[in-house]
Design a binder for this molecule. Structure first.
Ligand SMILES: [Zn+2]
Ligand SMILES: [Zn+2]
Length: 277
């Protein structure tokens, strides 16, 4: 039985687009998106970026044998860690992989099969020894994992779509909202509905408002927009996430100071950070 860790989020990868290890990325980390959310003894994982590899090592030490992995979408930065998730190679484990963004007859399973296939990758998903199953839903659906864990979802504004999630457990809520581009004529109503009154919101803050005009239609938002959404939706803690690969530790420290002025208590996600609502 996995230990009961209450309700918490732990960050294993916070970077967008591509992993970027290096001397300027030591404090915040260089792995691509992967966030662990514990709901009592249950373990939910959001995205399978390169941070998933270290998560796999950690949960082996905890004796966890059951994991639900929810993908925001299947761009490579969000699935690059999937073939390296040691948890999936152990026969005693059960892994359910979910996504809700796909269209045109694609499924979670066939996209991951395409990704883990020669000549892109040497071995297929069949190499996994765990009991791995793949589950498709439509962004907007509500998923009830067990009686006391509910996930609400919504469609985000991103090339080939992305899914935003709200995890509700014990009367509290944590939202995971990446990758998404805001609209210039007003707040994204899908997101406002999802994050309304949430305790913690993790949001695609790849750019700054000043940078954004050069990156329109890239499918990403700004930290200032995240702060505005969180203010409008009465959110508790706003967390800046999916950092630009080029952004140095020093620059992220600067953003942390700026967001704290605009919305005190906001945070810049870094690898290893643990938050409890
Ligand atoms: Zn991304
Ligand atoms: Zn993407």
């Amino acid at each position: 039985m996995a230990p009961d860790r209450g309700f918490s989020a732990r960050f294993w990868g916070v970077r967008g687009s591509i992993a970027c290890p290096g001397a300027d990325h030591v404090i915040y980390g260089g792995n691509t998106p992967c966030v662990e959310i514990r709901c009592g003894s249950r373990l939910l994982v959001f995205d399978a970026g390169t941070g998933l590899r270290n998560l796999g090592k950690s949960i082996a030490e905890d004796g966890i044998t059951d994991v639900d992995l929810f993908l925001s979408h299947t761009h490579v930065d969000h699935i690059a860690g999937f073939p390296f998730f040691s948890f999936a190679f152990k026969p005693e484990n059960t892994l359910r992989v979910w996504s809700g963004h796909l269209e045109g007859g694609l499924t979670t399973e066939n996209v991951l099969r395409q990704f883990m296939a020669p000549p892109l990758f040497p071995v297929p998903v069949d190499i996994f020894a765990a009991d791995v199953s793949y589950h498709d839903f439509s962004a907007g659906d509500t998923l009830t994992l067990v009686d006391n864990v509910t996930l609400r979802t919504t469609m985000l504004n991103h090339p080939q779509n992305s899914t935003g999630y709200r995890v509700e457990f014990g009367g509290k809520s944590i939202c995971y909202v990446t990758d998404t581009e805001h609209f210039e004529d007003g707040p994204d109503q899908n997101i406002l509905g999802l994050i309304d009154g949430a305790d913690i919101v993790i949001y695609d803050s790849m750019f700054t408002d000043a940078e954004y005009p050069d990156y329109k239609e890239w499918g990403h938002s700004t930290w200032q927009e995240g702060a505005r959404l969180c203010a409008a939706a009465n959110v508790g803690t706003f967390v800046i996430f999916h950092h630009l690969p080029e952004r140095t530790d020093e620059e992220l420290d600067g953003i942390a100071a700026a967001v704290d002025e605009m919305r005190p208590g906001s945070l810049v996600a870094r690898e290893g950070m643990i938050l409890k609502p």
